[in-house]
Design a protein around this ligand. Sequence first.
Ligand SMILES: Cc1cc2nc3c(=O)[nH]c(=O)nc-3n(C[C@H](O)[C@H](O)[C@H](O)COP(=O)(O)OP(=O)(O)OC[C@H]3O[C@@H](n4cnc5c(N)ncnc54)[C@H](O)[C@@H]3O)c2cc1C
Length: 157
Amino acid sequence: MLELAAAAPTPVADAVPGQFVMLRGEWGRELLNPRAFSILDAPDPRHFSILAKAYGEGTRRLKRVEPGDRLVTTGPLGAAFPRPDAGVRDLLVAGGVGLPPLHFFARMAHRAGLRDRSRCTTAAATATTWCCSTTWPRGASPPTSPPRTAAPACAAT
Ligand SMILES: Cc1cc2nc3c(=O)[nH]c(=O)nc-3n(C[C@H](O)[C@H](O)[C@H](O)COP(=O)(O)OP(=O)(O)OC[C@H]3O[C@@H](n4cnc5c(N)ncnc54)[C@H](O)[C@@H]3O)c2cc1C
């Protein structure tokens, strides 16, 4: 998980679940294209977070970023999910890196006082890709599918 702080209030603060940002580090000419990441949370006008899995060079470099490194983001982009609704019970189903927007949705529902309105089921190819147990919002309904083996610690939000 990467928690990002903007130098000034950023439009990403207005992001809603389902949206994503394009993100790029100071990677020179080797990697020109930014990479897409769903927004995991946007708690205030200057901060947001993403959950990234390393696949290739871009995500490997992201994994190596240190506090103080500079990243450039464009966004929020993409279509939003419907907002949490007190009259609707939501079943949130995610697999792998599909988790972040549902996490954001559950967090938004929780902040709106709708903590009992959603249930979540997620899947992961291996226990090491399972992050729910520590990133799920406190007090929100936890995911229903436990990993087959213990998952490693993952940064708490
Ligand atoms: C709208 C959107 C939202 C996304 N949200 C997230 C997110 O929240 N978290 C996250 O971790 N990723 C997310 N992704 C995927 C992420 O953008 C890619 O994993 C990333 O761009 C890969 O860049 P790279 O430089 O590491 O790999 P590349 O060098 O671009 O690719 C390396 C190799 O890995 C393969 N590959 C790349 N990405 C994936 C993947 N996701 N699954 C399987 N194989 C892959 C490629 O086909 C290629 O063979 C999202 C993608 C989109 C389009």
